[in-house]
Design a protein around this ligand. Structure first.
Ligand code: EPU
Length: 338
């Protein structure tokens, strides 16, 4: 177990914001977590993953916990299904790579998403037509109220678009491992824009999870900043979902432009925030060291490496206000502000 006071969190947030916490604890086993002297930890206590969806807006006065519980176990369910039990501290993409190498379908579209397995189950990460909830069979937690082990089945996790019950029950549950259900049955998901095109020329029937993973990695590398080169927290905003009437208003206002959109089963419409931000001319816009990423304007990057949280918040507010003015839509950050 690592236990460090006045700890610098720069290497624990992919935005690379300078911030520190009063105490940082990284535990290697769930037993270590349970043995902590909770009453005497500097408050408040928060749990982080890889910090790939966080914006620290200042120093954190309390304790930051981080899981170093890293194991991946396979449980063969017979027939086609395989369960993988994965420790919360495993890098999500390491799990995806293992699943793909084993020829298992389900996780390949989630390739190269930054972050760790525990946080992926909190955030219901998603990309290219697949969300974590589609492959999660259960989430194993410690309930900090009575330190009991609780296993939530997927329907009990309250999953929605980048949302879950764990986000609303802040601090109550610590996810210790996640159960994923994957399959040997041929089941590529290629319908999200760009995926089928990236595989053009290949015999669709001969695809493997590893081949699809390769294509997804290529798409992401072309559009999204490499976290090793430039700091960011991926998509900064959620894509807004609106009633059809509101969408029609925007269509009438913006014609003859075609507006990219996805009709959702409940009759509402999801419009890419990237399109709105792009239409408003924000690509490349800067505030201090922060910048709207040129290739994907849903992402704000720490372009100078020295951006302050205020630089990021300034861009965030400019974008929210301009989108509201032009489209009458309120954007909400996807990135959690601490
Ligand atoms: N678009 C533009 N201009 C641009 C870029 C995009 O108009 O410069 C429009 C295009 O119409 C494009 C649409 O926006 O078709 C959607 O773009 P993209 O496919 O890149 O996806 P997104 O909706 O912007 C979401 C996720 C990403 C995920 C991609 C792919 C959210 C908040 N973001 O972005 O997730 O990788 O889909 O599935 O839902 C993340 O959460 O950090 C993240 C990167």
């Amino acid at each position: 177990m690592k236990r460090i006071e006045n700890y610098d969190l720069s290497s624990h947030n992919t935005f690379r914001m300078k911030a520190s916490c009063a105490l940082y604890i990284e535990y290697d086993t769930v037993a270590e977590l349970m043995e902590l002297d909770w009453k005497n930890l500097p408050a408040p206590v928060m749990h982080i993953g890889a910090g790939s969806n966080l914006l620290f807006t200042g120093d954190y006065p309390g304790t930051v916990l981080h899981s170093n519980v890293k194991y991946i176990k396979y449980v063969d369910m017979g027939l086609d299904d395989v369960l993988m039990t994965v420790g919360a501290g495993v890098t999500f993409d390491d799990f995806v790579a293992k699943a793909c190498d084993a020829g298992l379908w389900g996780a390949e579209n989630l390739s190269l998403i930054p972050g760790e397995v525990g946080a992926a189950a909190v955030q219901n990460i998603g990309a290219y037509g697949v969300e974590a909830k589609d492959i999660i069979a259960g989430v194993v937690c410690l309930d900090t109220r009575d330190w009991s082990k609780t296993v939530f089945k997927t329907p009990e996790c309250g999953y929605g678009y980048r949302d879950s019950m764990f986000k609303h029950e802040k601090g109550r549950y610590i996810i210790t491992s996640v159960l994923f259900r994957l399959t040997r049955k041929f089941s590529p998901k290629l319908d999200y824009g760009g995926v089928r095109k990236a595989l053009e020329g290949l015999d669709e029937k001969a695809l493997t999870p590893a081949i699809v993973r390769g294509a997804i990695i290529d798409i992401r590398r072309a559009k999204l900043p490499d976290p090793d080169e430039v700091g960011s927290a991926g998509s900064f905003f959620k894509n807004p979902v609106m009633p059809r009437e509101q969408f029609e208003k925007i269509v009438a206002q913006e014609q003859p432009k075609e507006i990219p959109h996805f009709d959702l089963p409940d009759g509402t419409v999801k419009v890419p925030a990237a399109w709105m931000i792009d239409t408003l001319g924000f690509k490349g816009a800067r505030s201090g060291g922060a910048q709207v990423y040129e290739k994907q304007p849903l992402v704000i990057v720490n372009a100078s490496g020295e951006a302050t949280a205020q630089d990021v918040l300034d861009l965030e507010n400019q974008i929210i206000n301009s989108v509201k003015q032009r489209f009458g839509v309120e954007l909400h950050p996807e990135v959690e502000h601490i």
